[in-house]
Design a binder for this molecule. Structure first.
Ligand code: TXA
Ligand code: MG
Length: 324
């Protein structure tokens, strides 16, 4: 776990234009001083991410929101008060402090206050905004432990703060709050149901299989192994067939089939509870990769609560790859 001296050192690295990987409640972020265009450019270089893909600016508290954005509608204010610190990102009009390098050239900016003691300590010690995507290479599975970051990014990151396993496990929910009618751009750690209960009206949600946000590709959150999605009752048969035809199959076994023996290379029994599933999701994908699986057979959970974010990530993991 990160100590006070680690936080001070990490803040120093940010001030010097370096990159710091830090824990949040969702996934680990690869952070740079949001106001330092050269440091921000290095994030894109290290990730291998196209510069047109906007980043999230992390701030230490809702009271700092107006330092980074302009024209905050009442609905956005309400959501910030209710869900920050927490896994909610608000897209608002870009304030002058935010360089275009961080927003991929957009006149809007994504902002959030992470709910993690280490992240909040870093933001307080640093004093400014920290722009950070998930700390993985472009298109790959997001990291939920400090070891995931160290293994994937190695010396490309100047400092890694260890905050243990991320408790939410999937990224923040992104809400476009620039207008009076907020809409969900990416489902995540705050559920649609909770957002709607706070706002008192239904949110616009683009069709879940095609959430359109700049910087989101059909293939994302993808392990090395190919991911195939089938109905829950077909997972076992599909996995065994693929294993028999020469694949090294990894199985996401639905909880309802936990006692069914499966002839496959590796099996992960999916937790019944959605928060536990979300927390484990990226670790499971990494584990099956590590065990040498070339194919993962899974099914989608019901798209309620956190199930919506889990289904979104699984669909993207199963999406066409750049080489397809
Ligand atoms: O939980 C999270 O959100 C994590 C942690 C580290 O905070 N961060 C994260 O960042 O998932 P990243 O870069 O992997 O995904 C951020 C996404 C971008 O891909 C883009 O789709 C969206 O946020 N985004 C950022 N700025 C935007 C903007 N101005 N308008 C629309 N979408 C934006
Ligand atoms: Mg990401």
């Amino acid at each position: 776990m990160a100590r006070t001296t680690d936080i001070e050192q990490a803040a120093g690295v940010l001030r010097a234009g370096g990159l710091v990987a830090f824990p949040t409640e969702t996934v680990y972020g690869l952070g740079a001083n949001a106001e330092d265009p050269a440091a921000v450019a290095r994030i894109f270089q290290v990730k291998g991410r196209p510069p047109s893909h906007p980043l999230i600016v992390h701030i230490g508290g809702a009271e700092h929101l107006d330092d980074w954005v302009e024209d905050v509608p009442a609905a956005a204010r309400l959501l910030a008060e209710r869900f920050w610190p927490g896994p909610l990102t608000l897209v608002l009009r870009r304030g002058r402090r935010v360089p275009l390098e961080a927003t991929g050239g957009l006149e809007t900016v994504a902002v959030r206050v992470p709910d993690h003691p280490v992240a909040l300590a870093l933001l307080t010690e640093f004093g400014g905004g920290v722009t950070a995507p998930s700390a993985n290479r472009f298109g790959a599975v997001s990291p939920t432990t400090a070891d995931h970051v160290r293994v994937e990014l190695g010396d490309d990151v100047d400092f890694v703060l260890d905050g243990g396993l991320c408790t939410v496990g999937v990224e923040s929910t992104i809400v476009d709050a620039t207008g009076d009618q907020p809409s969900i751009l990416r489902p995540g750690g705050v559920t649609r149901e909770d957002l709607e209960a706070t706002l008192g009206f239904p949110l616009t949600v683009p069709s879940t299989s095609r959430v359109r946000v700049p910087g989101q590709h059909p293939s994302h959150y993808a392990p090395r192994a190919r991911v195939v999605l089938v109905e829950p009752e077909k997972v076992v048969a599909e996995a065994e067939l693929a294993q028999e035809t020469g694949h090294q199959v990894g199985v996401f076994l639905p909880a309802a089939y936990a006692d069914t023996p499966v002839k496959a290379h590796a099996v992960v029994t999916v937790p019944d509870s959605m928060p536990a599933y979300a927390r484990g999701l990226y670790g499971f994908l990494r584990e099956l990769d590590q065990q040498g699986c070339d194919l993962i057979v899974a099914s989608l959970p019901t798209e309620e609560g956190l199930g919506m974010a889990i289904a979104n990530r699984l669909r993207r993991a199963a999406g066409p790859r750049p080489t397809d």
